[in-house]
Design a binder for this molecule. Structure first.
Ligand code: FAD
Ligand code: NA
Length: 389
């Protein structure tokens, strides 16, 4: 192997680091990934029967307010003008999300203006004092009142966490967005859109540089292959974007994650639900939401008599599951501090990305963090010989 840098993981974090180092620092970069495809969780592929692009690890919507990230990503893809909107089904009705003036008026059967709606919600929220609320349910009621909580958050949250919200910490809720206007855009960012020719094409262009080699099906902890932890760490600089606990052999215990199960189905109709995402807030519906992928790309020429839907189920991850969202209990935070300490003493290895830092990162955050790592750590190391820690 004649690489100057090994990157473990070909997700947005790893590929962004690889690209910057290959291009700006002229380094030979070897990227390995244990999966048989690049792109990490942003990977997408056409469903074979319909050609409809599906996101294998859950629906991915790109949005950012970060100018530098926006400039950067536009080098590798163009974006459609897609704007994300979500609806929620509850007890046989369909409501606008996030909770806005339309939702409030639909739910209470009224025609309130912003001030009257604010007064109504404030009155209902007065039932519980926020300072005294010590669990998710009380805190939520103290912010938006019992009726809206029970309709749009109680069942959904219980299904997300498989836990009664009364047994979830109040700190889980910092704010519950309620908009006192008819704005139902899901994201507030300056820029939003979907990659014109899909996520995988974007990720492939990111990796497409003469100084970058990608090896798939290659696990950093498999000692039988050339660039395993034992062979490489300490010799060649490594940017590691796998799970931080796994790197240290779970020495401080395993960090806990939530995972998702997806049930994908091709249906013989042109349009199943009329929108890309429908949340299901009722507790007796086992899934949290249904994605219908054709609606992410209304501009494409997809079949008119078939559609692809994906039901999403949420639960705590066990060994072998994909880690998706950090649970972040007080015990997890203790363990994370211990792992950060170990990581900071691991010479020539930098930890990044959502798994390497045990942090939920949107794509634009992963890309932004990768650009910062190149600026603040890798460039000083490779240009000026600064230590890599
Ligand atoms: P990843 O994409 O997870 O990449 C890490 C890579 O490391 C993986 O390919 C993995 O196989 C590899 N790896 C791990 N261990 C090893 C090992 N031992 N050896 C070799 N390779 C290894 N972001 C948005 O902006 N918008 C969204 O709508 C959105 N939706 C999401 C929905 C879900 C369900 C999830 C889970 C995430 C979503 N995200 C979304 C976040 C997005 O997926 C992340 O920002 C992105 O994946 C972060 O990239 P990453 O490189 O840090 O991690
Ligand atoms: Na380190």
């Amino acid at each position: 192997m004649n690489a100057d840098l090994v990157v473990v993981g070909s997700g947005f974090f790893g590929l962004t680091v690889a690209r910057q180092c290959a291009e700006d620092l002229g380094l030979k970069v070897l990227v390995i990934d244990r999966r048989d495809h690049i792109g990490g969780n942003a990977y997408s592929e056409p469903e074979p029967e319909t050609g409809i692009e599906v996101h294998r690890y859950g629906a991915h919507l790109f949005h950012t307010s970060n100018e530098r990230v926006w400039q950067h990503v536009n080098r590798f893809t163009r974006f459609t003008p897609y704007v994300h909107r979500v609806f929620s089904t509850f007890q046989g009705g369909v409501y606008s999300m996030p909770v806005n003036l339309h939702t409030i008026n639909q739910y209470f059967g009224k025609a309130l203006g912003p001030d009257a709606a604010r007064a109504l919600v404030a009155e209902q929220a007065g039932e519980i004092d926020t300072a005294a609320a010590d669990n998710f349910e009380d805190k939520a009621i103290s912010l938006i009142g019992r009726p809206l909580y029970e309709a749009f958050f109680k069942g959904y949250t219980a299904k997300q966490w498989q836990t009664d919200p009364r047994n979830l910490p109040g700190a889980t809720v910092t704010r519950l967005p309620v908009r006192y206007n008819y704005d139902n855009r899901y994201f507030n960012d300056t820029y939003e859109g979907l990659p014109v020719d899909g996520y995988t094409a974007w990720l492939e262009r990111l990796a497409d540089h003469e100084n970058i080699e990608v090896r798939l099906g290659t696990d950093f902890f498999d000692t039988s292959q050339e660039v395993s932890k034992g062979n490489v760490a300490g010799n060649v600089p490594v940017v590691y974007t796998g799970p931080v606990d796994t790197y240290f052999g779970d020495a401080e215990g395993q960090l806990s994650w939530r995972t998702l199960d997806f049930e994908q189905e091709v249906l013989p109709v042109g349009d199943f639900q009329g929108a890309p995402v429908m949340n299901y807030a009722d507790e007796d519906v086992p899934y949290t939401r249904i994605h219908e992928f054709r609606h992410f790309h209304p501009e494409r020429d997809y079949p008119k008599d078939k559609t692809v839907i994906m039901r999403e189920f949420s639960r705590f991850a066990v060994a072998g599951d994909e880690p998706y969202y950090p649970v972040n209990t007080p015990e997890d935070r203790q363990k994370l501090l211990a792992y950060r300490d170990l990581a900071s003493r691991e010479e020539n290895v930098l930890f990044g990305g959502r798994l390497g830092t045990y942090k939920y990162l949107d794509m634009h955050m992963a890309i932004g963090a990768a650009l910062s790592m190149v600026d603040n750590k890798l460039t000083p190391h490779f240009k000026d010989g600064a230590a890599l820690v």
